[in-house]
Ligand binder design. Structure first.
Ligand SMILES: C[S@@+](CC[C@H](N)C(=O)[O-])C[C@H]1O[C@@H](n2cnc3c(N)ncnc32)[C@H](O)[C@@H]1O
Ligand code: SF4
Length: 329
C-alpha cells in the first residue's frame, strides 16, 4: 500500500519513446520533428531486463501488465518480450495505434498476449489523417482491429476527444463499434506534458460525451468491474454492447489509482504527472539482486503520495511534466 492506502496492481511498460505517428495532442510535429533527440538503443531496457523487473512487480502484487510507448509495435520483435512476460501469469495487454497490427496480431497472440487496446480518434479519413499528422489512412487501422479480432484478441478502442477537432466523430465511432463486441472508450484530453499546448477549453467533458450518446442511442450506467477501473461503464439500452468514458480531468480518480509506469529507459514513475522517475536501470545494471530490487520498488511505492489530477488547478498546469510518449500512455 502507498501512503493513501492504494495497492500496486498495474504496471505500464513503455518499450520505446518513438512513434510512426505524430498525433497532434501527443507528439506534435514541430517538437518531435527531425531534430528531436530520442533515446538511443543502449539506453533502452532490453527485453530480458524488462521481464526481470516485471517478475519483481508481479511478486509485489501486480496483476496487469500493459505494454505501451511511444508506439510499442515499432520496437522490433516485440512478440519476444510478450513470450518472456506470458509465464508470469498476469493479464498481458498492449496499447497500440493499430498501424502495424495486421502483421503483428497473430505472432503476438501466439506469444501469449491476452488483449489489445487500439487508439482510434476518428472514422472520417480526412480527420484521422489530420490527427495522426503523418497522412496515415484510417482504413489500415480498422484492418488492424479486424486482424486482432481474427487472431482471437478481445479488443478495446480508445478515442481521445479534443474540442473542435473530433467531437463530430463520437457518434459515428459509437455506431461503428456497437454490436461488434469491441468496447469503445472515450478519453478526456489531458494536460500531460507541455508540447501539446493543452488548454481546459480543449477538453470535452465525459458527461457531455455520455449525454450525446444517450441522446442518440440510449445508455444506462454499469457498475465498475474492479477497484481502480478508470473507465466509467455504460451499456446501450437496446443491447448493443457497452462503452466507457475516462474522465481524468473532470472527475479525477487518483483515490483508486493502482498504477505504476516504467519508462523505456527503466525509470519508474508513480503518476502520469510525476516529475521525476526512479532509476531502476541503474539498479539492475549495477548488479542489484532480486531481493534488493523488490525492497527498492516496495519502498518507492510505500512513499507514494501522488494525486495530481485531484490537485489540478491553474497553478499546476504550468509545472514541468514528462511527455506521454516518453512515460508511456
Ligand atoms: C501515448 S499512446 C501510446 C500507445 C500507442 N502509441 C497508442 O497511441 O495507442 C497511449 C494512449 O495515450 C493517449 N494519449 C496521448 N496523449 C494524450 C492526451 N494528451 N490526453 C489523453 N490521452 C492521450 C493516446 O490516444 C493513446 O490512447
Ligand atoms: S498517441 Fe500513440 S500513436 Fe499518437 S503520437 Fe502518441 S504515441 Fe504515437
Amino acid at each position: 500500500m502507498d501512503t493513501l492506502g492504494r495497492p500496486l496492481r498495474d504496471l505500464r511498460i513503455s518499450v520505446t519513446d518513438r512513434c510512426n505517428f505524430r498525433c497532434v495532442y501527443c507528439m506534435p510535429k514541430d517538437v518531435y520533428g527531425l531534430e528531436h533527440h530520442f533515446l538511443e538503443r543502449r539506453e533502452l531496457l532490453s527485453f530480458e531486463e524488462i521481464a526481470w523487473l516485471a517478475g519483481i512487480f508481479v511478486g509485489l502484487g501486480v496483476r496487469k501488465l500493459r505494454i505501451t510507448g511511444g508506439e510499442p509495435l515499432v520496437r522490433r520483435d516485440l512478440e519476444r518480450l510478450i513470450a518472456l512476460l506470458a509465464p508470469l501469469g498476469s493479464d498481458l495487454t498492449l496499447t497500440t495505434n493499430g498501424s502495424l497490427l495486421r502483421a503483428k496480431a497473430r505472432p503476438l497472440v501466439d506469444a501469449g498476449l491476452t488483449r489489445v487496446t487500439v487508439s482510434l480518434d476518428a472514422l472520417d479519413d480526412a480527420v484521422f489523417r489530420e490527427l495522426n499528422d503523418v497522412d496515415f489512412p484510417v482504413g489500415r487501422v480498422l484492418d488492424g482491429i479486424d486482424a486482432a479480432a481474427e487472431a482471437g484478441l478481445p479488443v478495446k478502442v480508445n478515442c481521445v476527444v479534443k474540442r473542435g477537432v473530433n467531437e463530430a466523430e463520437i457518434v459515428p465511432l459509437a455506431r461503428r463499434f456497437r454490436g461488434t463486441g469491441h468496447t469503445l472508450r472515450f478519453i478526456e484530453y489531458m494536460d500531460v506534458g507541455h508540447t501539446n499546448g493543452w488548454r481546459l477549453d480543449d477538453v470535452v467533458p465525459a458527461a457531455e460525451i455520455v449525454a450525446t450518446l444517450h441522446g442518440v442511442f440510449g445508455l444506462e450506467p454499469l457498475d465498475p468491474e474492479y477497484r481502480g477501473e478508470v473507465a466509467r461503464r455504460y451499456r446501450y439500452t437496446d443491447g448493443g454492447g457497452e462503452i466507457g468514458v475516462i474522465s481524468s480531468v473532470t472527475q479525477p480518480f487518483c483515490g483508486d489509482c493502482t498504477r505504476a509506469r516504467l519508462s523505456a529507459e527503466g525509470r519508474l514513475f508513480t503518476c502520469l504527472f510525476a516529475l521525476k522517475g526512479h532509476d531502476l536501470r541503474a539498479l539492475i545494471r549495477g548488479g542489484a539482486s532480486d531481493a534488493e530490487l523488490h525492497a527498492a520498488i516496495e519502498d518507492i511505492w510505500n512513499h507514494r503520495k501522488d494525486r495530481y489530477s485531484e490537485l489540478r488547478s491553474a497553478a499546476t498546469t504550468d509545472l514541468p511534466k514528462v511527455e506521454m510518449s516518453y512515460i508511456g500512455g
